[in-house]
Structures are given as C-alpha cells and as structure tokens.
Ligand binder design. Sequence first.
Ligand code: TRP
Length: 365
Amino acid sequence: MGKVILTGDRPTGRLHLGHYVGSLKRRVELQNSGAFEKIFIMIADAQALTDNADNPEKIRQNIIEVALDYLSVGLDPKQVTLFIQSQVPELCELAFYYMNLVTVSRLQRNPTVKTEIQMRNFEASIPVGFFTYPISQASDITAFKATTVPVGEDQKPMIEQTREIVNRFNYIYGETLIEPEIMLPDNAACLRLPGTDGKAKMSKSLGNCIYLSDTAEEVRKKIMSMYTDPTHIRVEDPGKIEGNTVFTYLDAFCKPDSFEKHWPEYPDLNALKEHYQRGGLGDVKVKKFLNAILQEELEPIRQRRKEFEKDIPGVYEILRQGSLHAREVAAETLADVRRAMKIDYFDDAALIAEHTRKFAEGNKG
Ligand code: TRP
C-alpha cells in the first residue's frame, strides 16, 4: 500500500511565515514529489472550537482565509484533498470509541495539552472537549489510514498518543488501524521560527507575525522593525548571531543563489555572519537583504492568492468536494472499525444465524 499524508491547521487566524517554513512549504514539496498515494489536508475547525466554543464566528471567518493560504502557497486541489473537519462526522464516531482506550492520567501527561492548559488559564476548569482533543486528533489521522503526518515539533506528543491508541486498538480488536509516523521539518531554523520581536514563537496574540497575506509594504515594515542584537548599537560594534531574529530568518529563507541575486559582495551566509560578528556591518543592510529574499518568496504567493480571491464560490466548492471525498474515505475506515469492534450487527449474517439457532433450540422443548 502507498504512503498517505494527513495534516491540518486550526482556523483561528490567517497563516503566517511560521506555518510556511514549519509546514506549508514542505507540504507543497511533498505534493510535488509524487511519493504519496494520497494527501489529505484538513482545516481543523472542530478542534479550533475546543477552546473557542464561545466564538464560532472567528472560526467561520477564518476557514476561507486558511483555504486561500493553502491554495496560494501552491497546494493543488487536483493532487491533494482539502477538507473541513466538522464536515466529516465519522471523525466524531471514531473519537468516541478511541476514548475507551485512553486514560485521564495519560491525557494529563500530554506535554502539549499541559502547556496549552496553562496558556489558556484552563487550570481551574478545562472543557472536556479541549482536554480530549488529542484523541480526536488520533481519529483525524487514522480515519485516512495516514502513514505520515508532517507537523511541527509541538505536535510530537499528539502523534505519540495516536500511535498508542492504534497499538491498543489493534491489540484488542485485531490489526485494523495504521500506525502513523511524524515527519518533522528538516531545517533546524524551521522547527520554530521566532516572532519578529524575537519571542520564541510567532503568535497572533503577541502581534509578532508576518502573514502570507500581508502586502509587500507590511512585510517590509515588519522586517525593518525586527528584533536583532540589542548590544549592537553602532555599526562598528561586534554583533551577535545567536538569538538575532534577522539571522534566524536568513537561516530559514536563504537559498543557494540568494547572495548572487541580492548581495553579491558576500559569497554566502557564513561570510555575512562573520562580518556581522566582527563588527562593521549595520542592521539595516542585513534587514534590506532579508526583505529582498522574503519578498521574492512571498510575491508569487500573493499573486496566486489574488487570483483565488476572485472566485470565492469556487474555493468553497473545492472545500465541499474535498469534504465529500474525505467522508467517503473515513466511512471505509469506520466500517473496518465497527467490524473489528463487533458492532456491525446488521451486516453480520453469521450473528443473526447463530442467534436464530440459539433461540430455536431454546423453544424446542
Ligand atoms: N493540532 C493541529 C494544530 O494545532 C491541527 C490538527 C488537527 C492536526 N488534527 C490534526 C494536525 C491531525 C495533524 C494531524 O495545528
């Protein structure tokens, strides 16, 4: 059997550069590699509702944004299935059965859930749906018999949890589900792209994101006010590379031909870093270089987005068709699961025959 990808994003906002280097770019490469039999990309609205139950309008507004982001980075609905989680009710049914295979204490030990509970001040009262979303995520993955889940490292505990559920299910009910593998980003700088303010992560609430849908001018402004090395005050001062956001971004976005195209005075990134560390190189110059590289990367994305924005009903139709297809695939897995769990009563002629005999005998004498 061929390899199958499933991955997705919560539609709580437009997607940003962190998503792009951490996952979107890779997804397009994987799509174009031809190494996968099927690719499913899910807008995880039901999961987004687990901590936004009181704000459904936010989720509703962001589904189209995320879909446009997907299409604009080059995901091709002819090659991948783009769908909306809530439109595949089979996923809920799977999650309901998987809940029997997971303990409360195991969920409490999930490091991602732990930090997220703290971040949301949920300590006192955690919504059950939020607490159990790792189980729902296991349904998302297994419903499509995914072999490969390309996600950021923060999702590691989710894939671990999924593998445990798969193993337990197969052990109890017989080989039914596929054990997925995580696929992490390969460039170290991409594991977690910091925000423009140097904080650990791009996050909408911190206001430190560069969005894929930002205009060229918005991107330029954000780069020019980016956090660098606070001790690098005069141009002559030696500068630090570690923790310097501009250089982290260069690590993530520099291509072999970037210097030749935009800054031929330097042979490569190492030479630029050495000069910066030695002193005599100002932040503005480096930022302008980063701007040139980023604009080059983002311009085709912006252009594609503009085209899709002209046909919004068409984008919704892509999601509708994708969701219908996703339902068909998930329903097949669900049929396997029901059979394995012995809850396929009406499809089991042997069961009805057996009970026919049993009660016939009982009525004989
Ligand atoms: N938890 C993921 C996120 O926050 C979204 C997601 C939901 C997902 N279900 C998934 C990712 C299944 C990979 C596989 O972005």
